[in-house]
Design a protein around this ligand. Structure first.
Ligand code: SAH
Ligand code: SF4
Ligand code: F3S
Length: 494
């Protein structure tokens, strides 16, 4: 009988990828996150033999949540132990890396602490924890090293389908050291995986049903991996290689740094049909003074140049970004510059945060911290503008026809939900016959890959669909957009 595994994932997509990979590592030991029918909701922290919290350290709130979750799980663990059942509690991810020793001190219920670069060692660490327990001691196992051998070499091949939209980490870590950010400390130095290794993993994901792959990295466009001839290739070249995989219909990549946008990458948006017309390109602030204090290594001019390069390659490109308000020293004038930049560039969606001082980062020690009220006011003003732009972008989609990758059943009866090429959430009500018909015709209709005027080249990949009733429909089908809200579009299948 399989042992029950429950993983809670906080933070970014790379953590989602890591959680999936931890599952792969644990499967040979008999652990599964789902029951025999593949039902993942069957596993809860209450009945789990092994609980993993895969944590995020990016902002204070994210890190605090981990401690309150540990507190909750401690009670469940004690209850299980009283019933003579085992539970092992693992804290993984970026909080573990940054505050491993403190977690051990503050939270005796935690058995194992491990960082983002050591989870391939989970089997040995579990072994150690069990041995400790067998001796009647509380296990206190910790591994937050940055091993010289990358974990990717030690990870087993993925063994489970990741569904229609899958993540694939191609690059990890960061050498840029923005003064507000913990990532260079929690994830370590920049590292790029080899091209062949990525290609092989992408092929397995496609064989497992992935129609879309999102290539991941903290600085994904700083990718510089070796190909089989020993040559270093950039992200643009890598995307071309992955796009050539039979059956793969869509490629995305995230997160990009403005300084690492080059012509080779922009060209991919012009002539690789699988590459979706959406780029997440964080700018953080619209003020050169603040960007300098952030050690972003780029100015507003550089950012606008990168945006132009991408938009020249693909006129309909949708752009998203990250913003921090209230960075130390940010004046009203600096903030006004951010608002101006937002109005000038125009975003289809964006994430914005109040600056959160992180222990050990240079900005946390800066003297001119911005008061909480000013942060809150600025965030509200910025978000109002970003929301306005997002709604306008969505409303402009009404009446258009676009290929949508349907990933799951929606909340309403007969509803299926997915993403437009521009990352908008799209919901349609469909019958199984509608879905089948639309998918078959999709290949002709979708010429232009999200661009109804057919400017960009057509998809090369075949449309795949898996129809056993509407609720199980996944795949690309063409929808006409009939209405738009701030966060999603409603459409009907064609
Ligand atoms: N590598 C990406 C971002 C990684 S972190 C890049 O270079 O842009 C994701 C986002 O979290 C950042 O873009 C930033 O907007 C936000 N963030 C990071 N540290 C933060 C902090 N200390 N306070 C508030 N927001 C922060
Ligand atoms: Fe953090 Fe800056 Fe690196 Fe992005 S580029 S991960 S914000 S240090
Ligand atoms: Fe958070 Fe670590 Fe990702 S700090 S955002 S989980 S890299």
């Amino acid at each position: 009988m399989s042992k029950k595994l429950y993983i809670k994932t906080y933070g970014c997509q790379m953590n989602v990828y890591d959680s999936n990979r931890m599952e792969d590592v644990l499967r040979p030991l008999g652990y599964a996150t789902s029951d025999a029918d593949g039902n993942t909701s069957a596993n809860t922290p209450e009945n789990a033999d092994l609980v993993i919290l895969n944590t995020c350290h990016i902002r204070e709130k994210a890190a605090e949540k981990v401690y309150s979750d540990i507190g909750r799980i401690r009670i469940l663990k004690e209850r299980r132990q009283a019933e003579g059942k085992e539970m092992i509690l693992v804290v993984a991810g970026c909080v573990a890396q940054a505050e491993g020793a403190e977690i051990m001190r503050r939270a005796p219920a935690v058995d194992i602490v491990l960082g983002p670069q050591t989870y391939h060692r989970l089997p040995e660490l579990l072994e150690k924890a069990r041995a400790e327990r067998a001796r009647g001691r509380a296990p206190r196992v910790m591994d937050t090293e940055f091993p010289a051998e990358p974990k990717f070499d030690a990870l087993p091949a993925e063994t489970r389908s990741r569904g229609p939209a899958a993540f694939l980490t191609i690059q990890e870590g960061c050498d840029k050291f923005c003064t507000f950010c913990v990532v260079p400390y929690t994830r370590g130095a920049e590292f790029s995986r080899r091209v062949e290794e990525i290609e092989a993993e992408a092929r397995r994901l496609v064989a497992g049903g992935a129609a879309e792959i999102t290539l991941l990295g903290q600085n994904v466009n700083a990718y510089h991996g070796l190909d089989e001839s020993g040559k270093t290739v950039g992200l643009g070249r890598l995307i071309r290689r992955v796009a050539a995989i039979e059956g793969l219909q869509r490629i995305r990549y995230t997160t990009s740094h403005p300084l690492d946008v080059d012509q080779e990458l922009a060209d991919v948006h012009a002539d690789v049909a699988e590459c979706m017309p959406y780029v997440h390109l964080p700018v953080q602030s619209g003020s050169d003074n603040i960007l300098r204090a952030m050690n972003r290594r780029h100015g507003i001019d550089d950012y606008c140049r990168a945006v132009d390069m991408l938009r020249r390659a693909r006129a309909d490109l949708a752009l998203s970004s990250d913003f921090i308000v209230g960075f130390p020293g940010e004046s009203d004038t600096d903030f006004e510059a951010t608002m101006r930049l937002v109005r000038e560039v125009g975003f289809s969606q964006a994430y914005s945060f109040k600056y959160s001082p992180r222990p050990g980062t240079p900005a946390a020690a800066m003297e001119n911290q911005v008061p909480e009220e000013a942060k809150a006011e600025r965030l509200a003003e910025l978000q109002a503008e970003l929301n306005r732009q997002q709604l306008a972008f969505n409303e402009a989609s009404v009446g258009r026809q676009m290929p949508v990758l349907f990933e799951r059943a929606g909340r309403e009866a007969g509803q299926i939900s997915g993403r437009s090429p521009y990352m908008q959430a799209v919901h349609v009500i469909a019958t199984a016959a509608d879905a089948a018909d639309s998918t078959i015709r999709g290949e002709n209709k979708a010429r232009g890959n999200g661009n109804p005027d057919g400017v960009a080249p057509a998809y090369t990949g075949a449309y795949t669909a898996n129809i056993t009733g509407v609720a199980n429909f996944t795949g690309v089908a063409v929808a006409e957009i009939i209405s738009a809200g701030p966060n999603s579009l409603q459409g009907r299948l064609l």
